[in-house]
Design a protein around this ligand. Structure first.
Ligand code: SAH
Length: 232
């Protein structure tokens, strides 16, 4: 999968890309990630990429021209499944969205800054908008990093144990059951007996029951009306 990120601050991605799963995905060749500095596409002699808003109001607005030039240059090289703008008022990112994006071959993620982008970018250049939650960040970089991380770990082969992404929270409409590791007892705090025993069926049943219980407690909205495990 290829992800092109358009940003005013490419340096913000350095740490995130060089560790853990994103780094492994890149090394193994599952993720080709290219960062594009929007300023390189400004034709303005001051390399500016923003301007005052028409109609007044506080804050600057990102101009359409450098964004259009950058997206056009990328599209001339390959087809893109989606051109995504990270925006607080977009549909809120969730696991089903991550699943569907993980099936894409080429994605563009456009990071906004200041008051956001000229509305015509959203009307004509972007195919999809995603918010990572109902709060306002200073820029789209962290949102793009969140989306990239959630999506890339779903690409088959990226995680060492291929089944582990499937057993994560939200994949089957349930959150994860609690997990434990050695030692079996610490300061008198014990690991549930069933997990220490040899009966795999009982262990699987325990995990499933705990997942349902935890979902009912913490995310009752995930238990759909037609589910066998309806919220009370
Ligand atoms: N004035 C805008 C906020 C701009 S914040 C408004 O009130 O809607 C600057 C940029 O940060 C946005 O253009 C967007 O790209 C990014 N951003 C901020 N919050 C975000 C969120 N919750 N999810 C995704 N992107 C976000």
């Amino acid at each position: 999968m290829r992800i092109d990120i358009i940003t005013l601050f490419p340096e913000m991605f350095a740490g995130f890309l060089d560790y853990s799963i994103p780094q492994r995905a890149r090394k193994k060749g599952f993720l080709e990630l290219e960062l594009h500095n929007l300023r390189d596409y400004s034709t303005n002699r001051y390399k500016s990429v923003d301007d005052y808003p028409y109609g007044g109001g506080a804050g600057m607005v990102m101009t359409i021209e450098p964004i259009d030039r950058c997206i056009s240059a990328l599209k001339a090289e390959r087809d893109y499944d989606e051109v995504i703008y990270t925006s607080p008022d977009g549909p809120v990112f969730d696991q089903p969205m991550a699943n569907s994006l993980s099936l894409c071959r080429n994605l563009i993620l456009l990071c906004g800054h200041y008051k956001g982008v000229d509305e015509r970018v959203r009307e004509h250049l972007v195919t999809r908008e995603i918010s990572i939650g109902d709060y306002v960040l200073s820029g789209g970089e962290l949102a793009a990093a969140v989306i990239t991380d959630a999506v890339i770990r779903l690409v088959p082969g990226v995680l060492g144990d291929e089944t582990s992404a499937l057993s994560d929270s939200f994949q089957d409409g349930l959150v994860s059951p609690p997990v434990y590791t050695r030692p079996p007892e610490y300061k008198g705090w014990k690991v549930p007996e069933v997990l220490l025993g040899g009966n795999d069926r009982l262990k699987a049943e325990w995990r499933y029951e705990k997942a349902v219980e935890r979902t009912r407690e913490r995310r009752p909205g995930l238990l759909k009306e037609d589910s066998a495990f309806k919220a009370e």
